[in-house]
Write a protein that binds this ligand. Structure first.
Ligand code: KG4
Ligand code: ZN
Length: 351
């Protein structure tokens, strides 16, 4: 069974060919970061145009690298949402056109389901049920994953996503977009204890996240120092900010494992590429007896291999596609928070 996966939800045009849900024959990613960096963030209209220009070339390259022709493809898997609607529509329309012309079944894949499938692209696989933290530019959610198609949303962000917080803090520090990779690089030379930024725990049992207060605390710290003409230490700010994000993401993920009585924890999404988060989870997991599963870096950030894999589970289940499907901007798997927001965060002590 050969699946062609297509991803175009944000600023990467990607296509991949996966055989039998196991062998990744190609994984092509065209990143638009160089274009959006000039504007300090993703410009949706520019992103859509780039997808339109690149999609044919990217899909062609994925087929070529896999050494297969379109006639050999048994199924198409395409990101249906969430994401930027204009961007999603390019991938979706392209996949539907291929499906119609070549009579290939085509399934829509939720982008979050793609990230949740990403650890299964690796040799070491978690056992069901397990807890998964998906932390990306658009999402920070915790799921109980019962099988390849059944997820229960245990927590979600009340405001900014973790990756969004990295990107916004990067912007206010004058760093290049996207902030995540730059901040993690600078943080490696900074002191994570230098500035005590707030951790938003919300209520003690809550598995929800809130990162906008932390972002504001960093902004206030920078502005206060600028007003007093005091120098700021960017690596220390990066390391202290990163530590606050990592501690909250990790602690709530381990709390979820404890609450659900599971011993396998998966980390996925672009923020899963953060080296500090990876080592922190690994070392705390060892102490707590929790096995940590993290996809390799190429499968953390957006890619079409994860979409092909998640699509293969759906094609196996339904056996056919749906050409009436439409793009959507919010994930069908992230349910809204049941209780009201309660900011019980710690004090924002600053040194
Ligand atoms: O999953 P992804 O590629 O796209 C979305 O689905 O949003 O995630 C992109 C996000 C960006 O916010 C980026 O800053 C963040 O992942 N990211 C990182 C790192 N690498 C990428 N955040 C922290 N540390 C990193 N090393
Ligand atoms: Zn993503």
């Amino acid at each position: 069974m050969l699946i062609l996966g297509i991803e175009s939800s944000c600023d990467e045009t990607a296509a991949a060919v996966l055989r039998d849900g196991r062998d990744l024959l190609s994984n092509v990613i065209n990143s638009q970061i160089d274009i959006h960096t000039r504007y300090g963030g993703v410009v949706p209209e520019l992103a859509s145009r780039q997808h339109l220009e690149n999609i044919y070339l990217v899909v062609e390259a994925a087929l070529q690298q896999a050494g297969v022709s379109l006639d050999e493809i048994d199924g198409l898997a395409v990101t249906q949402g969430p994401g930027l609607i204009g961007c999603l529509l390019i991938g979706l329309s392209f996949a539907k056109a291929l499906a119609l012309v070549k009579n290939i079944p085509c399934v829509g894949v939720d982008h979050i389901a793609g990230h949740l499938a990403s650890p299964f692209l690796e040799n070491e696989k978690p056992n069901f049920p397990y807890v998964a933290l998906v932390a990306s530019g658009g999402h920070s959610s915790i799921f109980l994953v019962k099988d390849q198609l059944t997820y229960q949303c245990l927590g979600r962000t009340r405001d900014d996503a973790a990756g969004e917080a990295f990107d916004k803090v990067g912007k206010l520090l004058g760093l290049e977009y996207p902030g995540g990779p730059v901040i993690s690089r600078l943080a490696a030379t900074g002191d994570p204890e230098a500035i005590k930024f707030p951790r938003a725990w919300l209520t003690p049992e809550s598995l929800d996240f809130s990162f906008s207060g932390l972002k504001t605390a960093v902004a206030n710290y920078v502005h206060n120092h600028q007003q007093k003409n005091e120098p700021i230490n960017i690596p220390d700010i990066c390391a202290s900010f990163q530590e606050a994000v990592v501690e909250v993401l990790a602690t709530k993920s381990f709390n979820a494992c404890q609450q659900q009585q599971v011993t396998d924890l998966v980390l996925a999404g672009g923020v899963a590429a953060n080296p500090r988060l990876r080592t922190y989870l690994q070392s705390r997991g060892e102490k707590l007896g929790i096995r940590i599963f993290m996809p390799s870096l190429a499968f953390c950030t957006d890619n079409a291999a994860m979409i092909a894999l998640a699509g293969s589970y759906r094609l196996q289940e339904s056996g056919q596609g749906d050409l009436d499907m439409d793009a959507y901007s919010r994930s069908q798997f992230v349910q809204p928070a049941p209780q009201a927001l309660n900011h019980a965060s710690g004090p924002a002590n600053r040194s």
